[in-house]
Ligand binder design. Sequence first.
Ligand code: ADP
Length: 488
Amino acid sequence: MKFIFSTNFFMGLIYLLSGIICVLIFYIWRLYQQIFFLNQTTKYLQKDLKELDHQAKLIIKNDMELKLYQDAVNDKLKKLSFLKNFVNLSLNILDRDNLLQQIDKRTNQSLGFEKSCFILLPSMEVKVNLNFSEHELEALKDFIKNNQILLKALPLISSNLEAAKELKESLSSETFLLGPIITGANVQIVLCVCDCIMEEGITNAEKEVFSIICMYLGQCLDNIISFEALYHIREELQDKVKEKTFELTKTLEEKEKISKAKSNFISSVSHELRTPLTSIKGFSSLLVAEKFGRLPPQARERLKKIDDNVNKLVAMVNTLLDISRIESRKIEVNIATYDLNKLIYDTTDFLMPQIQEKDIVLTVDISPSFYVYMDKNLIERVLINLINNAIKFTPQKGKIAVKCMRGDSKAIVSVKDTGYGIPKDDLERIFEEFYRVNQPMHREVKGTGLGLSLVKRIIDIHKERIWGESELYKGTTFYFSLKVAKDV
Ligand code: ADP
């Protein structure tokens, strides 16, 4: 029984222990599994962490680069705005000294330097010196004098250049720039800046801005030179115009003097002629009328010719007197509003007998009545002269057309004929006194060459225009203008 108990007991214990062992094994296996899983997860996490760390580093790097980039952009923007202001300020400057004054202290600081000056070539004159000492200026001048080819070839000379080693010592500065200002093909001015105020020294951006400014100043200088040349030409032209105007005024004054003397001469001769002519006319009329007794037919015929010629002389002297009176403004001119069509109608009516005598067809084309400004008696003389000429210089059965065209402010009267016409060269001189066309048909017509001269002066006194158009053997048209009276 003891044995049985102990065997069963042990057997039970063994079973229990093996059960516990099994559970423990299972539990350990589960733990191992979990540890393995955790290990794996840790590994993954470590990898992720590494990745995150890498990315964070990248972000910080990018951020720093972005900041640097932003600084560079800001710097560029600042430089651009400085350039814009500089251009705006110097855009309208048309004087050399003013242009150079643009590099003042403020501009200098914006450029990033303590000292600046311009040195003019070839005189080596210094302009707008900011902070350079006399000794430094001498060193700069020497350098420029000895390195002109270099200055012409390079956009700028910096302290880094081997050739500028000596200058570096003389200026006791590691940072300076020399920029040529070129107009045409020559270096006219050198802009020198020294002692850079920025910590990082002269950067490429500074050099770029500096050479842009030198280039721009060169262009401004070009503009100034062109402007000065233009100004010079303008002044020369003005002087020439003044000179010519003076000469012209003098010539005009002389012409006026001569014309006045001529008028006076014509006027006094006509006056002198008028008295004896009146007496001759009186006697010749009485003689022709046989008031002093009967005359032999031959003597009567001769006397008739004398009387006719005296009549012509009287008419000529009267016309000459009228011309000289108009020229010397001794005639009384009464410009008033008058119905132009009525005047045309009355004048053509008055000249009808001569028109009919030559079997000429007359057409009068006049618009409804309207008023113009004129001296009625003088314009009547113009019309009579023009229509009379048309009758005289048109063969039998020809045509004459009198027309009046009304514009907004002017009325144009025309007298057109189908007569002998006037050669082009003569047409230009037709209004001169005593001018007659030297053509066989014209020579046959009697006249004095004074009618158109009087007509021209009458139109001139009205401040209007008269002109003619003509074709030889086809006919002539004379036009003259008058001012339309609006509210009559
Ligand atoms: P006159 O008729 O007394 O010669 P004018 O001064 O009126 O003087 O005219 C000058 C010249 O102009 C005339 O001699 C004539 O040769 C020319 N002339 C004028 N009107 C006409 C015309 N309608 N047709 C052709 N020739 C004309």
